[in-house]
Ligand binder design. Structure first.
Ligand SMILES: CC(C)(COP(=O)(O)OP(=O)(O)OC[C@H]1O[C@@H](n2cnc3c(N)ncnc32)[C@H](O)[C@@H]1OP(=O)(O)O)[C@@H](O)C(=O)NCCC(=O)NCCS
Length: 101
């Protein structure tokens, strides 16, 4: 993750036990920062937090977040209704992450 002056540009985290998510300063959208910041999230979750799989989900309309999931190598799991709108979820297992080493 790149850091500029004292301002947080990118946030990634493992939340809700097995979910990874991200948010970027709107002034810096489209520069590849989310992909860069989130790149280590799946492996970190498997190696440090010791989960067997991680999931990520977003609104079907959120193309940028969906692209980040795909660029991280997550596989599309399906769609689900959440908070009144259709969402898509992606997942990757620790086993698959290690197989692709
Ligand atoms: C989703 C979010 C983190 C993406 O951050 P970002 O730094 O702009 O993403 P990147 O620059 O790494 O781009 C990732 C991909 O999304 C695409 N993308 C970026 N903005 C886009 C937009 N507005 N519409 C369509 N695609 C977009 C990029 O072209 C790139 O696609 P590529 O892999 O084909 O090149 C950012 O838009 C954000 O913080 N949104 C608000 C919070 C949010 O929605 N978080 C996800 C909640 S589940």
């Amino acid at each position: 993750m790149r850091i500029e002056t004292e301002r947080l540009l990118a946030w990634t985290a493992t939340v809700c036990r097995d979910e990874i998510g991200w948010a970027i300063d709107p002034a810096r959208w489209g520069e590849g920062l989310a992909t860069e910041a989130a790149a280590a999230a799946p492996r970190d979750t498997f190696e440090r937090v010791r989960l067997e799989r991680v999931v990520s989900f977003t609104s079907l309309a959120n193309i940028a977040s969906t692209r980040v999931m795909e660029r991280l190598g997550l596989e599309r799991g399906g769609t689900t209704e959440w908070a009144g709108s259709e969402h898509v979820w992606y997942t990757v297992s620790a086993q698959r992450e290690h197989v692709s080493d």
